[in-house]
Write a protein that binds this ligand. Sequence first.
Ligand code: DX5
Ligand code: ZN
Length: 232
Amino acid sequence: MSFDRSVKIAPSILSADFANFGSEIQAIEAQGCDWVHVDVMDGHFVPNLTFGPALCKAIRPHIKTVMDVHLMIAPVDPYIDAFADAGADIITAHLEAGPHIHRTLQAIRGAGAKAGLALNPGTPVEAAAPLLDLCDLICVMTVNPGFGGQKFIASQVAQVRALRDMIGDRPIHIEIDGGVDPTTAPKVVEAGADVLVAGSAVFRGGSVDTPEVYGENIRAIRAAAATVQAAA
Ligand code: DX5
Ligand code: ZN
């Protein structure tokens, strides 16, 4: 994975057909997505349950782009090796998931994956300052994690801008997760984001039998994001 700040669309398979992950992934990649975002939830750190490393391993052969695993679990550390072994390119842990996020980020890199740090809407981005050198990606949550289809929290745009300033020239992606659609995408790209996670806005209206709808949805987000100048 080489680093660049071009806009990347990362559909969240939380909004895909759970009985058809392989075909859904093939469809979104054929329709032009850049990364595949995998939302792991434990029913404890967030009030919803999804899937674990075994499913990640099963879908890995279908992913030709980048497997971006977002862990909404606590604790994180006992499971890092399992997600790395499952083939995650990026493993993102929440700052709020435990007392030792510094150790967690070190362990993710130690397991051979890129390290992501996710911040809930209630967490000031300044909390990431001591961790920047351990991060390959920082995920700014624009909803409270746990469910797809929630409303974008607009006050997070200012936090994205502050984070972009803090990052400077460091090779750290800024990922936005929650409520991204053609209306909200330009706001976060203008503020400095480069990875846009989108669940409902990509999968809405389509299916593996009508994958062209996924393509239209992906292109609509990309075109909206291209209308603004990204923060330098
Ligand atoms: C929320 C997840 C998101 C979610 C995004 O907890 O981390 O990735 O699936 O879904 P939308 O795009 O529908 O807000
Ligand atoms: Zn996510």
